[in-house]
Design a protein around this ligand. Structure first.
Ligand code: HXC
Length: 273
């Protein structure tokens, strides 16, 4: 496998796509206060969109919204909501409509995770992750769909690759993400006739994220991870952001019901036996 780091090949989407492709567009992003979803919001705003970021931690959200606005020159507003609470999401959507008048793009990204074996996982722990990831996605779709239909807009759901095979200590997230993949596909085929697209981004090993910090096998170094990835480096949140820019852009106008895996080829590696 690749033995050398290639971090220099992480591009910004503005090096590839025109800067104004999302002028006048509005993004609604759950989980946008940090990590991959924040990077996606940053990239979409740098191409011209205004945004609402949704999360539970109002301090983190408020700071992130200010930093995103300052960095991009576009407007980002924070909307505190727990995606498990439909009414809170409806209020976040209302705030977005009052501020921007429409919603074109939605990122369903709020998620929760931890490592736990089935034998040690309580019913409430399993339910909690299903409620945040899967029901949170459902509630977000329900709250935004009338507006996304009106703008003939587009959804991106942030999933994972760990459920493609059996990943130990991840039954709760595997079940939740498999349901999200299915939800996205059904949304795509039902709403396609209304001009709405729905796709999934499935990040693999993305460095510096809360998910990676929580899931990294103890004692595995970054160098060891990189050696197992065909493209020879850990993913960056920018890699996921670039994928989001592509999927929201008109370059992806005939792409729906798809899963775009952003993992440097990791998912396809099968060691020789
Ligand atoms: C076993 C655990 C646990 C752990 C919590 N629980 N942590 N069980 N091992 N490490 C149990 C609790 O004991 C409780 O069950 C139940 O889960 C609910 O826990 P709460 O803390 O009350 O829930 P809540 O405050 O809502 O927090 C939700 C959370 C938390 C998911 C547990 O970790 C969270 O808020 N996470 C958000 C941030 C996050 O996880 N980011 C990473 C996302 S990465 P009992 O029975 O005791 O009541 C990601 C990517 C996946 O999702 C793919 C990566 C490759």
């Amino acid at each position: 496998m690749a033995s050398q780091s290639h971090s220099a090949v992480v591009f910004n989407s503005s090096q590839v796509f025109k800067e104004n492709i999302f002028d006048g567009k509005v993004l609604f992003c759950t989980g946008g206060g940090s990590g991959i979803c924040r990077a996606m919001t940053d990239a979409v705003m740098r191409h011209g969109a205004n945004a609402t970021i949704v999360g539970r931690n109002v301090e983190r959200l408020t700071l992130a919204a200010k930093e995103l606005s300052d960095a991009t020159g576009r407007m980002c507003i924070p909307a505190q909501a727990d995606v498990r609470q439909p009414k809170q999401l409806q209020d976040a959507v209302k705030k977005t409509i009052e501020a921007f008048g429409k919603i074109d793009f939605v990122i369903c990204g709020a998620a929760g995770n931890f490592l736990a074996p089935i034998s040690g996982l309580s019913e409430n722990a399993f339910r909690t992750v299903i409620e945040i990831d899967t029901l949170g996605t459902y509630h977000t779709i329900k709250a935004t769909l009338p507006y996304v239909r009106a703008s003939r807009g587009s959804y991106i759901h942030v999933s994972a690759t760990l459920h493609y095979r059996a990943t130990p200590y991840q039954v709760h997230v595997s079940a939740a993400k498999a349901a999200i993949d299915a939800t996205s596909a059904v949304l795509a085929i039902e709403e396609g006739p209304h001009g709405v697209r729905s796709n999934v981004i499935a990040p693999g090993p993305i460095g510096g994220t809360e998910g990676m910090n929580r899931l990294s096998a103890k004692g595995t170094s970054t160098r060891e991870y990189e050696a197992s990835i065909p493209l020879g480096r850990m993913g960056s949140v920018k890699d996921c952001a670039n994928a989001a820019v592509f999927l929201f852009s008109d370059a992806a106008s005939f792409i729906t019901a798809q899963i775009l895996v952003v993992d440097g080829g990791s998912e396809h590696v099968r060691p020789l036996t």
